[in-house]
Design a binder for this molecule. Structure first.
Ligand code: HEC
Ligand code: HEC
Length: 487
């Protein structure tokens, strides 16, 4: 009982801290080459929901009210809704060591990391990784970059000890000491030393709402949009290129280069991943340590630490019904594919006039040159995904974002400074921003787009557009910020 009360108090305290608008995420204030910030967090206030007395535009903050996300896309027929529901349940449930969890992992459920503002979404206000460190007898130490009121994070190392490229995910937790893991003793990666060596970068969860629609955008439409507005893009320094899928090369420097079908990959911060099914297989193994029909090999093969048959999750060939026969990764993928896109608000924050002004400024300022407001899906065998608008606010291309956002990691064709234009649908209810969750403040997220310089030949492609944003009047900026939080 005491345990319940104290963890409840902890939860309340953590939520309280968040509501008190102490923005620890931005307190790190780091650049990749300045991880000293981890050791000296200096909280800075996050934006207040109303404009300041000086009239300066501010981030209206996370939009309250209904989630407007997490449900199935309209128009599902037949058994599709049953597959969606089963997938949702599997996505939200936690796994045990007997299910194959670990031996190394970042958490024990998809839903734990993807849950804001509803299951399938992005990082929640209270980071579940903190409680997970000690769950079921766990003995793991929390690295400095994991905080109760910071974003969920996964860590990648930039280089190997011999100086060659690494880029892979190094799981934070182990099964050591946990119920069901007798005889297994694993050391965590030495994050403190790696941080000291400026060798760690972070990724926060991207939301999965509407991803079935994103899968169905034809490559030809992405390419045509890339060619559109060429003069305007050239003047502003915007290039952008698709991340062609070359499987087996998501971690650079490895030997197995299995050339793939050559179509455009579109999921993840660097558009490094092709589909919901592939992402499910990879996330199950990378985030949770559960090997499966796509990724059959355990990432940690220590024989003393295997407590379930490998691959851990496989098709049930004896199943009597299609629902029973699907694997977990198919379930996750069905759920995300059939998840409705987020519902924007037409009135909140700031009212309908401000939002529609902001939408217009989003285009005239040049944000829409990368954050493409809309595509249309091709014909799909699933009617609900067929010939539908996809209002994602992304061109699905990767752009050179300059030294300020660079993470030094290459994935597929996306280089160390390149990132996918983050889809902005659902942004109104996103708490942590940018690939490493360095801020919760929209205004700061916009300014982080600008770095490098033309003379050094390393300018961010977005620098010109951010100059145009800065030239707007404060009222116009406020309209633009209100529009962004209406999404
Ligand atoms: C420990 C936290 C964590 C867990 C657990 C987790 N994810 Fe993620 N997820 C992430 C992060 C971080 C990213 C961004 C990865 C990147 O781009 O490097 C991500 C991205 C994704 C994306 C890409 C969406 C897009 O458009 O970019 C999908 C799909 C996804 N996860 C599905 C899953 C599924 C399915 C599971 C469960 C098997 C899962 N995730 C478990 C952290 C997590
Ligand atoms: C050159 C292309 C480009 C332009 C122009 C651009 N962006 Fe972005 N935007 C990106 C990329 C790439 C990211 C992801 C960067 C990262 O996380 O490191 C991003 C991320 C964001 C994010 C954070 C989203 C999230 O989920 O964390 C916001 C908000 C945003 N952009 C708003 C804007 C606004 C507003 C403008 C115009 C003033 C703009 N962007 C102009 C490419 C662009």
């Amino acid at each position: 009982m005491r345990k319940i009360v104290s963890s409840l108090l902890f939860l309340l305290a953590a939520v309280g801290l968040y509501l008190a608008q102490i923005d620890l995420a931005s307190s790190f204030g780091f650049h990749r080459f300045n991880p000293g910030g981890f050791n000296n967090p200096s909280p800075s206030p996050s934006p207040s929901p109303t404009p300041t007395p000086s009239g300066q535009a501010v981030d209206p903050g996370v939009r309250g009210g209904a989630a407007g996300a997490g449900g199935p896309i309209a128009g599902l027929i037949g058994r599709q809704i049953a597959f969606f529901n089963q997938g949702k349940q599997d996505f939200a449930s936690t796994e045990d060591i007997a299910d194959g969890l670990g031996p190394r992992m970042n958490l024990d459920s998809c839903g734990g990391c993807h849950m804001q503002p509803a299951v399938g979404g992005s990082s929640p206000a209270v980071n579940p990784q903190v409680a997970f460190a000690g769950k079921d007898g766990g003995t793991d130490i929390l690295p400095a970059f994991i905080r109760a009121n910071g974003p969920v994070r996964e860590a990648r190392f930039v280089k190997n000890a011999d100086g060659s490229a690494d880029g892979g995910v190094h799981a934070i937790f182990t099964v050591t000491g946990r119920t069901g893991a007798n005889g297994c003793s694993l050391a965590q990666p030495d994050f403190a030393t790696q941080l000291q060596n400026n060798n760690v970068i972070f990724r926060i969860p991207t939301p999965t709402f509407g991803t079935g629609l994103m899968e169905m955008i034809p490559d030809a439409a992405i390419a045509a949009n890339q060619r559109a507005n060429a003069t305007q893009k050239q003047t502003l320094g915007i290039r952008g290129r698709p991340n062609f899928q070359v499987n087996g090369r998501t971690i650079s420097g490895q030997t197995n280069n299995n050339g793939n079908d050559g179509t455009i990959a579109r999921f993840g911060w660097k558009a490094q991943n092709k589909s919901m099914l592939l992402f499910s297989g990879e996330a199950y193994n990378v985030e949770m340590g559960i090997s499966n029909d796509i990724f059959q090999t355990e990432r940690e093969e220590n024989p003393a630490c295997q407590f379930a048959p490998v691959p851990n999750d496989v098709q049930n060939m004896e199943a009597a019904s299609p629902l029973e026969a699907t694997t977990a990764i198919q379930n996750f993928s069905n759920f995300m594919r059939l998840l409705a896109p987020p519902t924007p608000s037409t009135t909140t924050p700031g009212g309908a006039t401000s939002i529609s002004n902001g939408k217009q400024l989003f285009s005239s300022t040049g944000c829409a040159l990368c954050h493409t407001p809309s595509f249309t899906t091709s014909t799909s065998s699933v009617a609900a995904l067929s010939n539908k608008p996809v209002n994602l606010y992304s061109d699905l291309l990767v752009h050179d974002m300059g030294p300020g956002l660079a993470d030094g990691v290459s994935q597929g064709q996306a280089g160390p400074t390149e990132f996918r234009s983050a889809p902005l649908w659902g942004l109104g209810q996103r708490i942590f921003l940018l690939h490493d969750g360095r801020t919760s403040d929209l205004v700061r997220a916009i300014h982080e787009h600008r770095s490098g310089s033309a003379t050094q030949n390393n300018a961010s492609e977005a620098s010109g557009v951010i100059d145009k944003y800065d030239a707007l009047g404060e009222g116009q900026k406020q309209d633009l910020l209100n529009f962004l939080r209406s999404l």
